[in-house]
Design a protein around this ligand. Structure first.
Ligand SMILES: [Zn+2]
Length: 399
């Protein structure tokens, strides 16, 4: 009999406790899993490759006796409280499409209150992705294997052992010239950092940063994002911290799409006679900014105020205090790339198709104006452009 309880969640990632016989361990962590599961090393037939034909799985795969319960994308069955073990998961990292597909399939078939063990998979460079994917329990076999291969492990990747002498790390292992110790400590340190980000509700930001050094990890992040229904249901509807939308992947966050979909499908505008499209402000909520105080006074309730912004698309004034509109951060360069324009124009197009206004005024410039024009053309709206130069200039606000 074993038990898993999550204390904190961030998407698929959890911080929790797994109890098995006398042991109680806090996860995510790398542990000596031979001590936790003494019978595991004698177990046969649980090491079936992930990409194998169904007949092989049917003939040879066995979940094993007791804990952990081995699972396979083609044979996934476990009960609440189990620790499930996915053998060979490190091989999935080479194939982003399969990684995302297998993960969604496994997570859908297995109860959420289970601990997830990925044997041999964790390295300092993969720990963040594994926790982001919903794995909790790891061992030191991956880093010990890297040690045998004379590799120096960092969260940025694997380097030749000689790098240990260059001073990039000052851990106990490095000071004593002990590669095995450094590699184990580097994994512990990365898992501690990842845990902090899960607790802070900011793991997505760390994941977007960590994946940069490996094309396959970027691919996995994108394939997971494309599986919107799967990712969205484990994400919170509100957070107490700002959303940092600093990379191209940020706009694919399920939270961004969820906000846009809700504005289009659930939100009912208070009025549909005249809409005025306004630029966003660095300060959030927008109405606290100097420019928006000016806009609110100038519009003076004569129109429905809609803020055009990246990456959220469109924020009606009534929703400016709702997460993530109330606080998000994006790099402001004044330049909107084509992908960003197409993505946001699509949101505006869908919004105006769902909510036709008698008049639409665009008090915008630059990328935001381009986006509004793209949307107006797509849904056959005559856009009234009121900006002369900067949106807050006296000429612009006199209309
Ligand atoms: Zn070190």
């Amino acid at each position: 009999m074993s038990r898993y309880e999550a204390q904190k969640r961030d998407g698929l990632a959890r911080v929790g406790t797994y109890e098995h016989e006398e042991a109680s361990v806090s996860l995510p962590a790398a542990l000596d899993t031979d001590a936790l599961f003494p019978t595991l090393r004698d177990r046969a037939l649980s090491n079936v490759p992930l990409a194998i034909d169904p007949a092989f799985v049917e003939n040879y795969f066995s979940p094993g006796e007791g804990q952990p319960v081995a699972v396979h994308p083609l044979a996934a069955s476990a009960e609440s409280g189990d620790c499930v073990m996915v053998a060979n998961w490190h091989t999935a990292e080479k194939n982003p499409r399969n990684y995302a597909g297998w993960l969604a399939g496994l997570k859908e078939k297995i109860p959420p209150d289970t601990a997830w063990y990925a044997p041999v998979a964790a390295l300092p460079s993969t720990a963040c992705l594994l926790v982001y994917s919903g794995f909790d329990l790891f061992d030191y076999r991956g880093v010990d294997l890297a040690t045998a291969q004379k590799k120096f492990c960092l969260s940025e990747g694997e380097f030749p052992a000689s790098m240990m002498e260059t001073g990039v790390c000052g851990c106990e292992g490095c000071r004593e010239g002990d590669l095995l110790r450094h590699n184990r400590l580097a994994l512990d340190r990365e898992l501690a950092l990842v845990r902090h980000y899960v607790e802070a509700g900011r793991l997505r930001e760390l994941m977007e940063a960590r994946c940069r050094t490996d094309a396959a990890q970027v691919g996995i992040l994108r394939f997971l994002d494309r599986n919107y229904a799967f990712m969205e249901r484990s994400l919170p509807v509100a957070r107490a911290i700002p959303m940092q939308a600093n990379t191209a992947e940020s706009q694919n966050r399920a939270e961004v799409r969820r906000f846009a979909d809700r504005v289009i499908e659930r939100f009912v505008p208070t009025r549909t006679d005249v809409a005025v499209l306004l630029p966003c402000s660095a300060r959030k909520p927008y109405s606290l900014s100097r420019s928006h105080r000016l806009f609110v006074n100038t519009v003076n309730r004569r129109a429905h105020e809609l803020i055009v912004t990246s990456p959220l698309g469109l924020v009606p004034r009534e929703l400016e205090r709702v997460y993530p509109a109330a606080h998000y951060d994006v790099p402001v360069t004044g330049y909107w790339d084509r992908e960003e324009c197409a993505f946001i124009a699509d949101i505006l197009t869908r919004y105006f198709a769902a909510h036709p206004y008698r008049r639409v005024i665009a008090h915008l410039e630059g990328g935001a104006l381009t986006v509004a024009e793209m949307a107006a053309e797509a849904c056959g709206i005559d856009l009234e452009v009121t900006c002369e130069g900067h949106p807050t200039s006296p000429g612009s606000c006199g209309h």
